[in-house]
Every structure is written in C-alpha cells, then in structure tokens.
Design a protein around this ligand. Structure first.
Ligand SMILES: Cc1cc2nc3c(=O)[nH]c(=O)nc-3n(C[C@H](O)[C@H](O)[C@H](O)COP(=O)(O)OP(=O)(O)OC[C@H]3O[C@@H](n4cnc5c(N)ncnc54)[C@H](O)[C@@H]3O)c2cc1C
Length: 251
C-alpha cells in the first residue's frame, strides 16, 4: 500500500470497538462532504483466529498464544502467500459512495459480499458527490488525473457539473410525478449519485482490495475509501496489519 499522503480525509476517531456487535461502531467520511461514509457494522475474528487456522495443519491450533511467535507466523504466512488462514474472519462495512466508486468496488469478486439499496424500491435521495477541486487529465496515463495546474476554470467546471446534476434530479422528480415507475425514472440520474451498500470482506480479500485501491494508479476518491476501510479494520487485526504494512513497505 502506498504511504503517499492524501490530503482530503476528515476521519472521525475510532470509537467503541466490540467484537460481534451489530451496532455501527464507528463512521468515517472519506470525501469530507458529510455524505460519503464508511462505518464498521460488525466483525468476527481477530489475529488469533489467523494463527489458529494456520496451526491446525500440525494440530497446534489449541496451543496457548504467544504474541511474538504469532506475529512472526502471520508475517511468514503473508510473505509466502499462504492466504487461506486470513479467510476465517469477517468484517462488515456500511458504505455510502458515489455510483462511479461503487462500480469499481464491485469488480472485487472474491471474498466480498454485497447488498445495495434499490432504486426500484425507494425514491432516491438528492445526494450527489461534487468534487471540491476538479483535476485535469493525466498526460502519461489514459486513465489517470492530476492536480489542476491553475489553467482549469474551476468555477465554470463547478457550475456545469452542478447544473447537470440539478437538471437530472429535477427530471427524475418530474418523471416520478408524472407516474413513471421508479425503476425507469432513475435512468436519468448520473454516476455521481450516492448509493449505500453493506460490504463484507475477509482479511485476505480486504488486503487485496487495499493493495489495488490504495495505489497510485487508482482513482483518488476510491483511495480515500480504501484508507477509511483500513483505518476501521486495523485495530481489529493489529498484528496482521503490521505484518502487511511491513511487507508492502519492503516492496
Ligand atoms: C487502477 C485500476 C484500473 C482498472 N481499470 C479497469 C478498466 O479499465 N476496466 C475494467 O474492466 N476493470 C478495471 N479494473 C478492475 C480490475 O481489472 C479488477 O477487476 C479489479 O481490480 C479486481 O481485482 P481482482 O480481479 O484481482 O479481484 P477479485 O475479483 O476479488 O479476484 C481476486 C483474485 O482471484 C483470482 N480470480 C478472480 N476471478 C478469477 C477468474 N475468473 N479466473 C481466474 N482467477 C480469478 C485472481 O487471482 C484475482 O486476483 C481496474 C482496477 C484497478 C485497480
């Protein structure tokens, strides 16, 4: 995972961690707009469930814990890509993110479960992601963006973006008033509309997500979400995260 500092996050402190609780234990706002959020809903397992699963190979899973040996084993497992002991746990997040972020998120197919709000069931809320600053297209990477070099008319970009959103949402409301079904009316809404999902990872799939999505090649907004996930999960699996961070710093 890159250690580059991303300037935007406005995280609230972690509060009240309780294994197995179904409360929303803590909430972070990666996009600093008071809408985009990630909260920890529940979790199962800890560092000891990783070493227990690994040690069952030699019937050592019931041995007493030894923090130093356990940390070494976790690092060994990660280094040598023994991934399965990292699958015996679950971490559920509630995520509210723009649809364009969610489209990137759903590409993570293995070890990630999802349920999402439905625009067929509910009237969608007037909540859209409006970037604080617009970026310009990168020259050396066709997917990427870079900081505005001062030549971009930020005010004009904001006006165009906001007007497009306002028109789209007003059209959505007008179609509903006309009697059009929600499942069809939503078709006029843009990718910046917020959507909410429950996402459940295991630690193996979470590390994979973080490696790909908090990476310099990933979109800035999903990097902020990836960092929020890491911030919420790290206190639950401190030895595994320490080993993972160390290994990635070595690369
Ligand atoms: C910076 C960036 C840019 C991207 N750009 C694009 C893009 O332009 N267009 C686009 O469509 N996607 C794009 N993606 C998505 C990317 O191709 C992956 O789908 C996504 O990152 C999920 O990674 P994954 O397949 O490793 O994860 P998962 O789907 O969670 O899979 C985990 C692992 O399981 C194994 N696996 C999963 N499915 C299979 C399978 N069918 N066969 C064999 N092994 C499998 C692989 O080892 C894989 O790494 C981009 C991703 C990133 C990070």
């Amino acid at each position: 995972m890159s250690t580059e500092n991303l300037s935007n996050p406005n995280p609230t402190a972690l509060e009240n961690s309780h294994e197995g609780s179904h409360e929303h234990l803590s909430e972070l706002f990666p996009l600093s707009d008071g809408i985009g959020s990630v909260s920890l809903v529940q979790y199962v397992g800890d560092d000891s469930s990783i070493v227990r699963a690994a040690r069952v190979s030699f019937a050592g899973d019931l041995a007493p814990f030894d923090a130093e040996k356990d940390a070494k084993l976790i690092k060994y497992l990660l280094k040598h890509q023994h991934g399965s002991p990292f699958e015996h746990n679950l971490i559920t997040f509630r995520v509210r993110c723009p649809i364009f972020i969610d489209r990137q998120w759903v590409r993570h197919r293995v070890g990630v479960s999802k349920n999402e709000e439905s625009g067929r069931y509910i009237t969608l809320r007037e909540e859209c992601y409006i970037p604080g600053q617009f970026r310009i297209q990168a020259k050396n990477n066709r997917q990427a963006s870079r900081e505005d070099d001062g030549k971009l008319d930020q005010d004009k970009a904001h006006t165009l973006y906001k007007n497009a959103w306002k028109n789209a949402f007003q059209t959505y409301q007008s179609l509903l008033e006309l009697g059009v079904a929600r499942e069809q009316a939503r078709g006029v809404l843009p990718l910046s509309l917020y959507t909410s999902s429950y996402y459940t990872f295991n630690l193996r799939s979470l590390f994979h997500f973080l490696e790909l999505r908090d990476h310099e090649g990933a979109q800035w907004e999903i990097r902020l979400y990836a960092r929020a996930l890491a911030e919420l999960a790290e206190p639950l699996f401190p030895a595994a995260f320490a080993a993972w961070r160390e290994l990635h710093a070595e690369h």
